[in-house]
Design a binder for this molecule. Structure first.
Ligand code: PEP
Ligand code: MG
Length: 539
């Protein structure tokens, strides 16, 4: 990266470049943080807090500004200041704190790229990626089809790269040491992401051993990918939609490559978080249409803003709540800020007039909320009425809404069950709280009873989708199918595997299995039951 490049402008202009680049990187990290929290866990996601607080460090920013004040350009001021900060951390005696120097380096690098417009490193060939470290953006941008494994000279097990690699099943070894960087290109490297084993230029025996270990896994994945474009049809000919949960245009592209039949959940909050003001109608429209285009004509399901509670927005004043998950979340917050919701729905209607689009409302508890939201939708659509092809749905995430589903149905085209929240609320176990996270299990028969109730009421009237993590859980899929779920919305990476699982399902057997699951005592019993069915099938 050329740190001396470009002319140096007025200090105010140079400082504005810093402010804008820092804001862009903040947004990027916020995005990865939320993605990680959704796909991996809140605890792992919290490591990004260190990056975010570094970007907000008033003392450091004041130092950068002071350097600019002396006539230094934005790039050199930023690089100089951050190099000093990194040196201080790297010199600390505590090894944990010393490790944080890597965070400083990663964040510094990311802002420098934003300042210079240099894009993140691109992977161009299949193989093992060897690098000093990866920034969150680079880790998030890895092409899982090309990057068969990652070896980092630095990094730690809790680094962003480790988290994102884990979330996407890319084997990774960290802290391999500087020497790994001088391994010539083309050298054979074997690694086991599970055990952390790494061998450069291995003996033929060792290579065979690693090959055997990897062969099974790779064969299955390749087989799934080869069939990913094909529809997911179970043994009796029932068609299932396997769609993707996306948060960005890049996710939408990965979904298409993974054979997704569409996007079953577009988490639009990514566009709203980590910025000083809400995106306008045009910006939203551009983002939604870019997602629709990336999915090449497949239907996209835009969820209206699901913020509040644990995802505050700086431009909406929200008093501190004792129980944020029971507070002004999702549709509650949107209805309190009708103009924000109306604008979002205008952007959604415009998108729906050009691309197959569905809209759904999150965290609906009462019919009043749904009707109110539909009223704002009607206002947003204007005098010409709702776009002809716009499907309107709601998420079922609150147990009371699941039990009252009958009252909602005549106002809906579809429902999508958010098992992450439904399990959290049904079992009174906060999903982000490690101490009770295991309790919050969508396979608990109490949660399954709620899903069963929704499926029975909806049968023959509206489609039922599941877009929580349970939709990609191998052991949950037969139960959900048995209860009547016909659409599964999963992370892009999981699409080929979930399609493959469905192709082996016998819905008749799944229906019997699901009925039995409803009579059991706990999630563990349900898992054992499903495993028993699977081993019978494979016998
Ligand atoms: C859910 O609650 O299951 C869901 C899909 O929504 P989110 O995870 O975004 O809360
Ligand atoms: Mg939810």
């Amino acid at each position: 990266m050329d740190l001396d490049s470009g002319e140096v402008g007025e200090p105010s202009a140079e400082w504005r470049r810093i402010v804008e680049s820092v804001a862009a990187v903040r947004r990027e990290i916020e995005h990865v943080r939320i993605l990680t929290s959704r796909e991996v866990g809140a605890e792992e996601a919290s490591i990004f807090d260190a990056h975010l607080s570094l970007l907000a460090d008033a003392e450091m920013l004041a130092d950068v500004k002071a350097r600019i004040g002396t006539g230094v350009g934005a790039v050199a001021a930023w690089a100089g200041c951050l190099a000093d900060v990194e040196r201080v951390w790297a010199g600390l005696p505590d090894p944990y704190l010393r490790e944080r120097a890597e965070d400083v380096h990663a964040v510094s690098d990311q802002v420098l790229r934003a300042l210079t417009g240099e894009s993140a490193r691109q992977t161009v060939a299949e193989g093992i990626l060897v690098a000093r470290d990866l920034t969150p953006a680079e880790a998030a941008g890895l092409d899982a089809d090309l990057v068969l494994g990652v070896v980092l000279a630095q990094g730690s097990a809790t680094s962003h790269a480790a988290i994102l690699a884990r979330a996407r099943d890319i084997p990774l070894v960290v802290a391999a040491g500087r020497d790994v960087l001088s391994v010539p290109e083309g050298t054979t490297i074997v690694l086991d992401g599970g055990s952390g084993e790494l061998c450069i230029d291995p003996s033929p025996e060792l290579l065979d051993d690693f090959r055997r270990r990897a062969a099974d896994l790779a064969e299955r994945r390749a087989h799934h990918l080869a069939l990913a474009e094909q529809p997911a049809v179970s043994l009796d000919g029932t068609h299932f939609a396997v769609v993707a949960n996306v948060g960005s245009v890049a996710d939408a592209r990965s979904s298409l490559a993974a054979g997704a039949d569409g996007a079953g959940l577009v988490r639009t909050e990514f566009l709203f978080l980590g910025r000083a003001s809400a995106p306008g109608v045009d910006e939203q429209q551009a983002e939604y249409q870019a997602i629709a285009q990336a999915l090449a004509g497949r239907r996209i399901t835009l969820r209206t803003l699901d913020a509040g509670g644990d995802k505050p927005l700086p431009y909406i004043p929200m008093p501190l709540e004792a129980n944020p998950f029971l507070g002004r979340r999702g549709i509650r917050l949107s209805l309190d800020h009708r103009e924000l919701l109306r604008e979002q729905l205008v952007a959604i209607c415009r998108t729906a007039r050009r691309y197959p689009t569905s809209v759904m409302f999150p965290m609906v508890a009462t019919l009043g909320e749904l009707l109110d939201a539909r009223q704002v939708l009607a206002e947003a659509a204007g005098p010409t009425g709702l776009p002809e092809d716009l499907q309107v749905g709601m998420m079922v995430e609150i147990p009371a809404a699941a039990l009252k589903i009958e009252t909602f149905l005549s106002h809906l085209d579809f429902v999508s069950i958010g098992t992450n929240d439904l399990a959290q609320y049904a079992l009174a176990a906060e999903r982000g709280n490690g101490a009770v996270a295991a309790l919050s299990d969508a396979l608990d028969p109490g949660v399954l009873m709620l899903i069963d109730h929704v499926c029975r009421a909806a049968r023959g009237r509206v489609e039922v989708a599941v877009c929580g993590e349970a939709a990609s859980d191998e052991l949950a899929i037969p139960v959900l199918a048995g209860l009547g779920v016909r659409e599964l919305s999963v992370s892009p990476y999981a699409v080929p595997r979930v399609k493959a699982t469905i192709r082996e399902l016998d819905p008749g057997r799944c229906a019997a299995l699901a009925q039995e699951a409803l009579t059991l005592a706990g999630a563990d019993d349900v898992r054992k039951l499903v495993l028993a069915m699977m081993s019978e099938t494979n016998a």
